[in-house]
Design a binder for this molecule. Structure first.
Ligand SMILES: [Mg+2]
Length: 434
């Protein structure tokens, strides 16, 4: 059923608290309309370092979470920066798009201009929040217009409806400017304004000029720990609602789990010297100065197929087996190949294995400790130690040169990078407009 807009036929009604517009509409010659999120204010978006791309989309569309998702969640503004109360006191310094804020100041200073903040944020939920935010910065908008969600209009349709009501109510209008960060909305506003311009001419005898300016602004980020807690809360609340849902078929359940993107293993800093000492002992006898350089970034090469390691890693985690960050290994073999490469083979301590073999497909890896690459190369490589990687072929030759040895214990660090992924339950989703 189309929404009943009969009660929304005047600009006053759309203004926050249905407050009268503070200037006579027949004196208005210009209307300047500012979008809020990522146009005037650098609102936070989901953090791509925390969530994968699919999840970022699912958090923001309005039909995954029945409460509306990211843009309907007050916590995105309440928990930004130092928290709402502190940020109000510091006027949200650093979170405004200053170029647009300067435009607002110019609009406000012009007596013929009606200056309007027009946002798709819900009026009931965000009215007092957005009002407090612009007041903290003393931005004297003539109108604060937020979306009456009870009308069930999409943000675009609601904004166009408001623009029509307001433009047609200002008979002396000559100029309309809109500021907006979404390209799709910019295009649609241009279409709607062209149509309105014709209606306006017919009604008031002259057209108005209009422009819609596309604004590019960098989104802010929430504190990652806070952001994760907030999204976990959204998930819990959605699942609570889904379980209470009488029909049981309208609301989807959702789940949020870490998804491993990469796994890397390296010898811990404190163990590197022990390995170098072993290298020195191997070379003892000829008295020549040690031509080796330490490979500053002693990494352990994992399987040919990194995805296999990641899959095993995820499986171990799903089974509740969180891989240990540090595992102890014993040096079981050492050797020098071609008087150029010094390497050791290490073996996990069975007692402390902590699932090592569960999430890797190599058990006794070879660690290249040092390489004789000459003084000039040393100087170069010390600037860029990561370039010390050797080929698979050389690595196999180095491995073949190893002799059994009872060496020191070394600590191996496992570093994994994960992003959280939101999956949807099997039940049908309810469709809802943003
Ligand atoms: Mg926006």
């Amino acid at each position: 059923m189309p929404p009943d807009l009969a009660a929304w036929a005047t600009p006053d009604r759309w203004n926050l608290h249905s407050r009268p517009v503070p200037r006579p509409l027949d004196t208005v010659t210009s209307i300047d309309v500012y979008d809020f999120d990522n146009t005037l204010f650098l609102s936070p978006s989901p953090n791509p370092a925390l969530f994968d791309q699919t999840t970022i989309g699912r958090l923001q569309v309005p039909d995954v979470f029945s409460a509306g998702g990211w843009w309907h969640n007050e916590c995105t503004l309440r928990e930004l920066g130092r928290g709402f109360d502190d940020e109000i006191k510091r006027q949200w310094r650093g979170y405004w798009n200053e170029a647009v804020a300067a435009e607002v100041a110019r609009s406000v200073a012009d007596p013929g201009t009606l200056t309007i903040l027009l946002t798709g944020r819900g009026r009931a939920r965000f009215g007092s929040i957005v009002e407090a935010m612009v007041n903290s910065r003393a931005m004297a908008f003539d109108m604060l217009v937020l979306k009456p969600t009870e009308l069930g209009l999409s943000t675009l349709n609601y904004k166009n409806k408001f623009m029509e009501t307001t433009i047609l109510a200002c008979p002396g209008l000559r100029n309309v400017r809109m500021f907006e960060d979404r390209g799709y909305h910019v295009r649609e506003f241009n279409v709607a304004l062209a149509r309105l311009q014709k209606d306006f001419s017919r009604r008031h005898g002259q057209p108005f000029q209009y422009s819609v300016r596309l604004i590019k602004a960098e989104a802010a980020m929430l504190d990652p720990a806070r952001e994760l807690r907030m999204v976990q809360r959204m998930v819990r609340e959605q699942n609570d609602r889904a379980s209470r849902d009488a029909g049981g078929a309208a609301l989807a359940t959702v789940s949020l789990a870490p998804d491993t993107q990469s796994v890397a293993f390296s010898v811990a800093e404190e163990s590197r010297q022990a390995l170098l000492d072993l290298a020195l002992a191997q070379r003892a006898g000829d008295g020549s100065p040690l031509p080796f350089i330490s490979l500053l970034n002693v990494g352990l090469r994992t399987a040919e197929n990194t995805l296999t390691v990641i899959a095993a890693f995820n499986k171990a985690r799903a089974a509740g087996h969180e891989p240990a960050a540090v595992t102890e290994f014993a040096v079981v073999a050492a050797g020098l190949y071609a008087d150029a490469y010094y390497a050791v083979r290490i073996q996990p301590d069975v007692a402390e294995d902590a699932g090592w073999t569960t999430w890797t497909d190599f058990v006794n890896p070879v660690v290249l400790v040092a390489a004789n690459v000459g003084a000039a190369e040393c100087a170069r490589l010390s600037l860029n130690p990561r370039s010390c990687a050797i080929s698979r072929e050389t690595e196999a030759k180095v491995a073949a040169a190893l002799q059994p040895v009872a060496g020191p214990r070394v600590r191996v660090v496992c570093t994994s990078r994960s992003r959280w992924r939101l999956d949807l339950g099997a039940r049908k989703q309810r469709r809802k407009k943003k």
